[in-house]
Design a protein around this ligand. Structure first.
Ligand code: ADP
Length: 656
């Protein structure tokens, strides 16, 4: 039979498994049992609405059989099974959602290893341990893996065989077991000097591995267990009584205690165990930043185990990502991604909600309208908020980790829905502080404000570096005030939506009246503006509609000019709309242009030169106006409309 080849990504993972020197190879069993359990979950779910399954809840089980003679270990389930096509697509390529990330990590690690990058063994192995890699982990202990399976609803069964990276075969098969299900036979590797694979045939090893890793699996994991009993022998003792001897016999036994981890008492489960459960179930390889356990009684009774991840899944910001919590009813999963349990702004939360108040065959549509769901959702929202707040206050480093991954989600939560959620979210937001040179909560900014400071100052632009050099920022910083530097496109919308924080208004350093000048300074500027009205008008006119106004500004200390905006649309918003226009290829946002204001520094030599030219050489004065406008654009990080024209202008002015 022709061998089929693994896809290259899968082959790489497979090679890693086969050649693994990882010391915790034992996790392969956990992975296979977890797959078996998932498969049973699926068939059990089908059976709720489909009588043809013909199995009741109590009929489902996972069997483990060790055969010392043939050195095989068999893991069998009566779950949903796989068709030939599914065997091909599930086992021929990496299916695991986390695998892409896994591979990226592997590549990154092997990239910086100095041994020529032959897999970066140590780093890779670390990942296997933390993360597990599904079905392929069988190859850490197997020299051959045989998967026989019959999919639910099919008569025919198929068999998939592989001895490793040289490929696999698939054929139709006479599956000896009835109904749907999957059987995985592992032919163990030969023992080596360092490693005994025989141990995976030992009852006590298997027993303790199942206890260690799969105890909470809901379905019975059944194994033959050796027991002893006393029996009467044929011999008689001196008194004529039959002698008793011990005899070994085997009996099928359920090994796992089957209590889902989220249903166990808080005091019985360590944080490490919860984190392990999270990583395994949600395919993450980093610990969550927070674990929440809820057990509620009342209007609705439920248990929940929730996790706040520390990294965003690779598809988090794509349409592919399915948010939502897993919904269980008395231990049976009835929905894998129940998005009605989470508000959109907390869609990064993962976890399980289990309530016996939900009927098993509840339909998706009914769920959407369920009042009980709403109660749970509101409660979960409050709990998550409180947990994040606590993290922010008690462990800012962890919060930063979280915020790097999901801060943007919180910001969207404020910007969307017309500010409906701002009370829930505003105190979770952090911005970059010019003073602290890192992200800080808005409350911290307010706390740091000197008594006389009226506003929360912010500046938005492309980068921290650019904002730090902004002409208008100098004056604010000189006062000893902090400035929030906003670099996410959404930030300005967040600020607009918030309006205030703890009664303090936000004020843009770029566009706003900073109200830092004394009354006298203001009068002085007004006086100068009146005196220089004709120059300012001239500059505006020679810029030919590019700016709505030209003003003198007291904000500028050492800089000659700056660019600001007046009206509803700021420069930053204009930039945002432009990028939207680019992305969506339509013109809807094209007209969203900020009304520009050119601000001149009357105390700067450039202004003197402009005035002189205005009086003696109008042509030159017009050139100065263009030059100053160009400079203003550059410092504001706004692209020049005509870069080569500007360059020519500079040359003409400098070199004649
Ligand atoms: P993951 O379980 O993370 O998706 P695996 O590589 O372990 O990744 O498995 C790949 C896919 O193969 C699974 O998603 C599932 O569809 C299928 N599969 C694996 N084991 C079984 C099984 N025992 N019964 C049915 N399907 C299975």
């Amino acid at each position: 039979m022709a061998k089929k080849q693994f896809k290259s990504e899968s082959k790489r993972l497979l090679d890693l498994m086969i050649n693994s020197i990882y010391t915790h190879k034992e996790i392969f069993l956990r992975e296979l049992i977890s797959n078996a359990s998932d498969a049973i979950d699926k068939l059990c779910y089908i059976s709720l609405t489909d009588d043809k399954v013909g199995l009741s809840r109590d009929d489902f089980e996972i069997n483990i059989v060790a055969d010392k003679e043939s050195r095989t270990l068999t893991i069998r389930d009566n779950g949903v099974g796989m068709t030939a096509a599914e065997l091909e697509s599930n086992l021929g390529v990496i299916a695991r959602s986390g695998s892409l990330q896994f591979k990226k990590d592997m590549d990154a690690k092997s990239g910086d290893s100095s041994d020529g990058g032959d897999g970066g063994e140590a780093g890779d192995l670390d990942i296997i341990g933390q993360f597990g890699v599904g079905f392929y982990s069988a190859f850490m202990v197997a020299e051959k893996v045989t998967v026989s399976s019959r999919a639910y609803g099919e008569e025919k069964a198929s068999i998939w065989i592989s001895s490793g990276s040289d490929g696999y075969t698939i054929a139709s098969h006479d599956f000896e077991h009835e109904g749907a299900g999957t059987e995985i036979i592992i032919n163990l590797k030969q023992n080596t000097e360092d490693e005994s694979y025989d141990k995976y045939l030992e009852e006590h090893t298997l027993h303790s591995l199942i206890k260690k890793y799969s105890d909470y699996v809901r379905w019975p994991i059944v194994m033959d267990v050796t027991k002893s009993r006393q029996v009467e022998s044929d011999e008689t003792d001196d008194d004529g009584n039959k002698k008793k001897t011990w005899e070994d016999y085997t009996e099928s036994e359920v090994i796992n205690s089957r209590v889902p981890i989220w249903q166990r008492a808080k005091s019985d489960v360590t944080d490490e165990e919860c984190a392990e459960f999270y990583k395994e179930k949600f395919h993450d390889h980093t610990d969550p930043v927070a674990i929440l356990r809820v057990s509620a009684e009342g209007l609705v009774s439920y248990n929940a185990m929730l996790f706040i991840p520390g990294v965003a899944p690779y598809d988090y910001f794509t349409r592919e990502f399915k948010a939502g919590l897993q919904l269980y009813s008395s231990g049976i999963m009835i929905m894998e991604h129940c998005s009605d349990l989470l508000p959109e702004h907390f869609r990064f939360v993962r976890g399980v909600v289990d309530s016996q108040d939900f009927s098993l065959n509840i339909s998706r549509e009914m769920l959407q309208h369920d009042r009980q769901l709403k109660v749970i959702k509101t409660n979960i929202e409050k709990r998550v908020k409180a947990e994040l707040k606590k993290l922010m206050e008690n462990d800012i480093e962890k919060y930063e980790t979280f915020y790097k991954a999901f801060g943007i989600q919180l910001k969207y939560g404020i910007a969307n829905g017309y500010g409906m959620n701002k009370d829930m979210l505003s105190d979770l937001i952090m911005f970059y502080s010019s003073k602290a040179e890192k992200l800080i909560p808005i409350a911290e900014y307010v706390k740091n404000m000197p008594e006389e400071q009226k506003y929360i100052y912010y500046a938005s632009g492309e980068s921290i570096t650019l904002l730090d050099k902004l002409p208008q920022a100098e004056q604010v910083r000189d006062k000893g005030y902090e400035i929030f530097y906003l670099t996410d496109e959404i930030d300005e919308f967040v600020i607009r939506m918030l309006g205030k924080f703890e009664e303090k208004d936000f004020r843009s350093v770029i566009d706003g009246d900073l109200e830092l000048e004394s009354e006298e300074d203001k009068k002085e500027i007004e006086k100068q503006e009146t005196e220089n009205k004709d120059v300012l008008d001239f500059v505006r006119d020679s810029l030919d509609g590019k700016v709505a106004a030209v003003r003198l500004s007291a904000k500028l200390k050492s800089h000659p000019v700056s660019l600001a905006a007046q009206g509803e649309i700021s420069l930053e918003m204009e930039r945002y709309f432009k990028s939207m226009q680019g992305q969506q290829g339509n013109d809807m946002f094209g007209n969203m242009r900020a009304e520009r204001v050119l601000e001149l520094n009357a105390g700067h030599p450039s202004f003197g030169a402009l005035k002189e030219a205005f009086e003696n050489d109008k042509d030159k004065a017009a050139k100065y106006a263009q030059l100053l406008y160009g400079q203003a654009l550059l410092t504001a990080g706004v692209p020049l409309e005509d870069p080569s024209g500007f360059s020519e202008l500079v040359s003409t002015l400098l070199f004649g």
